[in-house]
Design a protein around this ligand. Structure first.
Ligand code: BG6
Length: 562
């Protein structure tokens, strides 16, 4: 039985035991939701629940019926790195703060550098000031989590790391009641993934125990850099872990608005009947970022927008828009349908890759009133780099539902603003009665704003008040902020919690990752065979190269102004 995270006592401050000492239940005030927000959060998480577990603190009964993960050790590889500081630990802190982690929970931070437990805790605490989405940091909640963080030093290539880690994890089970459950989180450079996984296997750290101790692994993106490397990595992973133990992250799937796409499509009766080629003219998916590549020049030089975005985030959004309704909400039913969509995209021939895909790179310009440097002048970027910071592509999904409906996808760095949107452009009415209207009535449009200003907008024509018949476009707008008046969890909170609960629905399956690469590979290969592109091809602070506009203009369409 999962114990409640804290006892009923509400007064004593938590004593911080030595890292290896048995963890006494840390009494605190945490059990009492302190604000209306906490109450709403608790209510929201209750709704996620499929099974309620018995809690051993009667005071919590009725207050929190959500499913709390089993006791476990969260083994964080790459704990001293950027991702751990920016995303993973702030998400764990937030889960802890909102009572969504079990009491018997330990984070083993694994890294190459020398740290004491105190030093890593202090460093992670400092990062929360910058990266926690809720400020100020709740010191009491942090103190409770911090005493559960220990540091384990070692070289990822050294078998000695894994044998000592194994012993340490066994000690945790004995001293902290973590019951053999382990989540390995690979937040390292992608080049270390295969090595860490095979070393975990060699040390037997993948073995699930007969008495129920589970082992899971979360693997960050990028998962491979092309189809071959993704297949190889899947093979290495598959030698050690079963697919049900593997959680490949695409954090877009954890975004609240992306998850709402499923609810919007399959939780409402009125949209599904029109969600097809008979009613939809085309779909536009835009991910605009005003930021450049920040301090990630070396990483971006190796990836570019095709690998960083198209292969994963953009194709994930496309498959959620294009998929058939799954029979159940189970992980495999959902992922089966997503893979089917990807399979229905015929890979580009080299000629199509040239005509249906546009790449661009930003030159100097102005963003948000400030001058910004060209991509080629960013730190750690080759001054004659051919890496693309913008991509736009026209896809077709060759099946009964979508035949003939173009899906235009675009993503760019250093565009005028940050905005991610899916726009469903409906067809013109079959027969226009209101031609004499002062403004031309436009076809209906459904815009799903993924971020920021999350919400959904439906555009339709309405009669302008007056004696004649003038039609003007009006909108019905739903915004998350005003409808629910609550913050959404960060994608990493959702995904980490799901992995701890054993729910893989929002993670990418091996076949899905490979299928996505088989769509992107021909594009990357076609580019490799071409003469060097005329980069830079767009000014920072603009909407990308002209060729991206031409991609739609030649079919009589244009990108929606966002
Ligand atoms: C990451 C990409 O996966 O997603 C980054 O590597 C990008 O280049 C980021 O900026 C965007 O994430 P979000 O959640 O800010 O939209």
């Amino acid at each position: 039985m999962v114990k409640a995270k804290t006892g009923a006592a509400e007064t004593a401050a938590p004593a911080a035991p030595a890292p290896s000492a048995p963890a006494a239940p840390a009494p605190s005030k945490k059990d009492a939701p302190r604000t209306m927000r906490d109450l709403r959060l608790a209510a929201e998480t209750r709704r996620r629940v499929s099974t309620a577990k018995q809690l051993d603190n009667p005071l919590r009964e009725g207050l929190r019926l959500e499913r709390v993960p089993d006791a476990n050790v969260f083994v964080l590889f790459g704990a001293t790195g950027d991702l751990a500081h920016r995303k993973v630990v702030p998400a764990l802190y937030q889960l802890w703060r909102t009572h969504l982690l079990p009491h018997e929970f330990v984070i083993v931070a694994v890294g190459r550098r020398a740290y004491t437990d105190e030093a890593i805790r202090a460093e992670l605490r400092a990062s929360l000031d910058q990266f926690s989405r809720v400020q100020p940091v709740d010191e009491e909640a942090w103190a409770e989590l911090a005493e559960r963080i220990v540091y384990h030093r070692g070289d990822f290539n050294d078998p000695a790391l894994y044998s000592s880690l194994g012993e340490r994890l066994d000690d945790m089970d004995a001293q902290r009641g973590t019951r053999g459950n382990r989540l390995y989180y690979l937040a390292t450079q992608a080049s270390a993934f295969a090595e860490i996984i095979s070393q975990l296997g060699r040390a037997g750290l993948d073995h699930e125990r007969h008495d129920g101790g589970w082992r899971r692994v979360i693997i960050e993106k990028p998962f491979g850099r092309d189809l071959d490397s993704a297949v190889r990595l899947n093979r290495e992973v598959g030698k050690v872990f079963r697919e049900r133990q593997v959680y490949r992250i695409d954090h877009y799937l954890g975004k609240e608005t992306v998850r709402n796409l499923l609810v919007f499509r399959f939780g409402n009766g009125i949209f599904e009947p029109i969600w097809n080629r008979r009613h939809i003219d085309h779909v536009q998916i835009t991910v605009a970022e005003s930021i450049g590549i920040e301090a990630r020049g070396a990483f971006y030089e190796e990836t570019g927008a095709s690998r960083d975005f198209l292969q994963n985030h953009l194709l994930q959004l496309l498959s959620l828009v294009g998929m058939e309704p799954p029979a159940t909400f189970g992980a495999d039913a959902l992922r089966d349908e997503k893979v089917k969509v990807l399979r229905a995209i015929t890979p580009f021939t080299p000629d199509q890759a040239r005509s249906e895909v546009v790449r661009g790179q930003y030159g100097p310009g102005w963003v948000s009133g400030k001058p910004v440097a060209a991509y080629r002048d960013e730190p750690n970027v080759d001054p004659v780099s051919e890496t693309e910071t913008f991509i736009a592509a026209r896809f077709t999904i060759d099946n009964w539902r979508w035949s003939g409906v173009p899906f235009y996808l675009r993503m760019g760095k250093r565009l005028p603003k940050r905005a991610t949107e899916i726009a469903i452009q409906f067809k013109e009415v079959p027969h226009q009665l209101f031609r004499d209207s002062a403004a031309d009535p436009e076809p209906n449009l459904l815009a799903m704003r993924i971020q920021p200003d999350e919400g959904i907008m439906l555009r339709f024509g309405a009669k302008v008040p007056g004696l004649g018949i003038d039609v003007r476009n009006v909108t019905m707008d739903f915004t998350y902020g005003s409808a629910f008046q609550t913050d959404s969890p960060d994608a990493y909170e959702t995904l980490i919690l799901d992995a701890l609960l054993g729910d893989a629905s929002l993670f990418t399956r091996a076949d899905e990752v490979e299928q996505a690469w088989s769509i992107v590979d021909p594009v990357i290969n076609a580019w490799a065979d071409e003469p060097a592109p005329a980069f830079p091809s767009y000014e920072a602070g603009t909407w990308g190269p002209e060729a991206a506009d031409d991609l739609l203009a030649r079919e009589g369409r244009r990108w929606r102004r966002i």
